[in-house]
Each structure stands twice: as C-alpha cells, then as structure tokens.
Design a protein. Sequence first.
Length: 241
Amino acid sequence: MRELDPRNIAWKRMLEERTCPPIDILCNGGTEVQAHLAGCSACRERLEDSSAVYAVSRTCKNKRQSPPIIPGAVCRIKRDAAPNGIYANHSWHNPPLVLVLPIDTKIDGMLRVAQIHDASELAGPGDFPLTDNYADCFAESWNTWSAFVDTLEYRGMVSQDIAALVAARAHAPRPQIKEDTVEFWFRLQELKIGRFFGKIAKTREAEHPDKLTVLKAWTQKHVANFVNYWGCHFLPVEAVV
Ligand SMILES: [Zn+2]
C-alpha cells in the first residue's frame, strides 16, 4: 500500500481541527451541521464515536488558576469571543491557541498575539518552536493579530525570549511560500482563522474609548487645519468667522 505523505496527513488534521464543528455543536445537530456532515467523513466518524470524544473533551476542561496574562503566555481564544458565533461562510472557525507578544497596542486591555499550531510537519520560515510544555507547537510570526485580554483563556507559559523573537519578526514581510503546496494552503487557512478572530478585536477597538479619544483629537486637528487653509476660499464668510 502507498504510504501517505505525513504533510498531507498533518494538513487534513489541521483542516478538521480549525474548521469542523466543536463536539457539542456536532452532537446538537441542525441544518449547518447536516450540510457539513454530508461532505466530512471525519465528522461522521466523530459523531459515531461521540460518547468517547465527549469523555476526552471533559477531561481536557480541568479548571486552571488564571495568572496575569503577560508576554510569553500561551492562551486559547474563548469561543464566546465571537459575538456572532464561530460559524461563517460555510465553515466553523475554531478558536486557536495564541502566544502573547511584547508589543504595545496603546489600547487598554488589548494585546498582540501570534497564532500557534502543532503540525510541526508543516512548519517553515517565520515559525518559532515553543519549548517547555509546548515542544510540538510553533508560533507563526507571519500571522499576528490583536485580541482583548478578556477573550483569552490562560493555558501556560513559555520563555519570554521566544515571545520577543516572534515579536521582532512580526513586522517583517511575510515569507514567500511556493504556491499550490500543502504548506501554502496551510498558511492560507491559518491566516483565514487569524483574520476572523483579529477582526473581532478590530471592531471592539474601533468602539474603544481610548481609540475614540485619539480619533476625535485627530479629526478636530485636521478639520481645523483644513478650515484654516481652505476655509477662506470655499466656505461662506459667515461660516469662517
Ligand atoms: Zn468535519
């Protein structure tokens, strides 16, 4: 029998992990789940074996004390961080693990994070292996985004040096990956998940009082400059004085 490429197996596993419905949603059924089941053999198997999976997911939910979330913390994005649910565009967007980076966002409660994955077969340029309890995982310096601290669930810590290394590469141009390779599709899917959760923080950021204050000051300054420069030419005299 022909042996499967381990990268293909890792890619298939990654797709299931990132885009298949969580076990409780799968077991509750519904139109979206039925549509998904029609095309996903992995979920049909998960559903058949749901009692065993439920048992595993319960043992994973051991409550941990949550220390302050600082750079180097490994966190899971909470599922309820997505106000409209994690189903969008015919796919689930399962919350990933992230590494908190030492990058200032200037917004109270907002942090910069790098997405984490554990398919080491698919790691490449710009990926940084995590050590300690996360030996198989790597942080994606090419896939960083913003998250609010109250949407993060603490899972553990890695060295702050690693967080600093990832942060230093976060603003570098994205490494070029050969198109139409498993690594390419892997990164595209990872960026899709990052965009989904990053957008949630962006929406909150736009409504944040700190941001509004900055925006108001910026608008006032620029409107004043505009009126000073152009007002006497275009505005009626009574509007300028
Ligand atoms: Zn599935």
